[in-house]
Design a protein. Structure first.
Length: 328
């Protein structure tokens, strides 16, 4: 009689396991993996665990409609769900789905981003201290996204050229942004403290930090080097969510988000400002200072200048530069 282990060894992988393997094979980000698997699970559960192979356009359309009508999700969220299902059918199940290519996607609302004035930014930064103050100043001073800052590696900070190389940004792209002069000394002092943590890990023979893609196999010792160490490491060790290895991860991003949220309240700012608002403010204040939009586009890492164009609203005063008759 075969054992339980023998049965499990020949048991076909579950759908979500296949989805995860395919996502990782294409080197998508962990956040994309979490998003896609979440939507696929929700889609399957919506139809009482009916296999996606047995469903087509009517079921997908009904699911997306339910999200909008009953779930009241935004157009962007609905599009994200559709992208996950498109990945499932095309990349995982290998099915030809021309009916999904032609499916109408909800048109997203065009909204002006929340931007803080220079005075509001300084008031917010003044409420923060320690590592969160440094990270907030770095995001505002460089235009980095939250996770780009959190995942910063020591080797990607060039103090001599006053540059920061942003690795694996949105869309898997690298780019270069400036290192503000006022942050050179604070960041150097911060990394001196971080180096003590690095030395303690090496002394305790802690496994190296996580490496991108397959570099851990190609360079198995690189994760133990100073250059690959996190610029903003967590204080405690934790289990790697992908491998289960107990090691040093980067700082938990929600801690910075929480600090920013409390800082906004302390500063008496009524705008719904978040960590990402500092990136919006970075772009807006550069345009206000006269920098051209192509330069701002490159610093932000936008693929299309039309994405950066949303910040040009700051170049107009009032209703597109029109002077109200009341002011005459």
């Amino acid at each position: 009689m075969p054992t339980d282990n023998a049965n499990s060894a020949h048991h076909p992988p579950m759908l979500l396991e296949v989805v995860r393997d395919r996502i990782r094979a294409k080197h998508y980000s962990r956040r994309t993996e979490q998003s896609y698997t979440g939507w696929i699970r929700r889609f399957v559960n919506f139809y009482h665990k009916k296999h996606p192979r047995e469903m087509s356009a009517p079921e997908v359309e009904a699911f997306l409609t339910d999200l909008a009508v009953n779930g009241k999700v935004s157009a962007a969220t609905q599009t994200q769900a559709l992208s996950a299902l498109l990945f499932l059918y095309k990349e995982v199940l290998g099915m030809d789905v021309p009916w999904m290519d032609g499916m109408v996607r909800a048109k997203p609302s065009v909204r002006v981003p929340t931007v803080l004035s220079v005075n509001e930014v300084h008031r917010l930064l003044a409420t923060l201290d320690g590592v969160y103050a440094l990270m907030a100043r770095l995001i505002y001073g460089t235009g980095m996204r939250l996770m780009e800052c959190v995942r910063l590696r020591v080797k990607d900070v060039d103090f001599e050229r006053r540059e920061i190389i942003v690795r694996e940004g949105k869309g898997g792209k690298d780019r270069v942004t400036m290192l503000p002069l006022t942050l050179v000394v604070p960041l150097q002092e911060h990394l001196q403290k971080v180096h003590l943590l690095f030395e303690m890990d090496r002394k305790n023979d802690v496994p190296g930090v996580a490496m991108p893609d397959a570099l851990s196999k190609k360079y198995p010792e690189a994760g133990k080097t100073w250059g690959w160490f996190w610029g903003f490491p967590a204080q405690a060790l934790s289990n790697d969510p992908e491998t289960g290895i107990h090691r040093r991860h980067h700082i938990y991003e929600q801690n910075l988000q929480r600090a920013i949220r409390l800082g906004v309240q302390k500063a008496g700012i009524v705008k719904p400002a978040t960590t990402h608002t500092l990136r919006h403010s970075f772009a807006t204040h550069l345009l206000e200072s006269g920098y051209d939009i192509r330069t701002v586009q490159e610093l932000l890492g936008h693929s299309d200048v039309s994405t950066t164009m949303i910040y040009t609203h700051v170049l107009n005063k009032g209703g597109h530069g029109v002077i109200s008759p009341l002011d005459r």
